[in-house]
Design a protein around this ligand. Structure first.
Ligand SMILES: Cc1cc2nc3c(=O)[nH]c(=O)nc-3n(C[C@H](O)[C@H](O)[C@H](O)COP(=O)(O)O)c2cc1C
Length: 141
């Protein structure tokens, strides 16, 4: 059974709703799933997991959260990440997903294998919530 971590940043709750849905999907496949705000996550939550989902709102001029998530991820810059599978998700206001392109590039540069991504505008709709759950299942399989 795969060990899954879901780590996210959210101020207004839009990314949190996606994170919860990914959690539900992953939980339906594996009993070893944790979900944490990045402020509560530790390096081990990533290092010991078989696969990780990272979530962020678009902030700081169409980028991932630079206050908490970017510094957390930077810890893995010089780690051998061995192409660990990651799912990236998030929500934007007006950038049309530009932050997600930067997010994907950053994670590839850090040696992770981006196996899926989900980007929504503000609050996720019903279809997007369904997709989030499916991606959670896929991550844990
Ligand atoms: C302080 C702040 C900065 C933001 N900066 C951007 C931005 O640069 N580009 C963008 O597309 N949306 C931006 N947004 C909109 C958020 O990305 C969007 O509302 C998102 O759904 C917030 O997710 P959350 O509810 O999980 O915090 C910003 C919102 C806030 C509050």
């Amino acid at each position: 059974m795969k060990k899954i971590s879901i780590i996210y940043s959210s101020n207004g709750g839009n990314v949190e709703v996606l994170a919860n849905e990914i959690y539900e999907g992953a939980k339906s496949v594996s009993s070893d799933v944790t979900i944490k705000l990045v402020s509560e996550a530790t390096k081990e939550d990533v290092l010991l997991a078989d696969a990780v989902a990272f979530g962020s709102p678009s902030k700081n001029n169409n980028n991932i959260d630079q206050e908490e998530l970017a510094p957390f991820l930077k810890q893995f810059e010089l780690t051998l990440n061995n192409n660990k599978p990651v799912l990236l998700f998030g929500s934007y206001g007006w950038d049309n997903g530009e932050f997600m392109e930067k997010f994907k590039k950053l994670m590839k540069d850090y040696g992770f294998n981006v196996i899926g991504d989900l980007t929504v505008n503000e609050a996720p709709n019903k279809d997007e919530l369904k997709r989030a759950k499916e991606l959670g299942e896929m991550l844990a399989k």
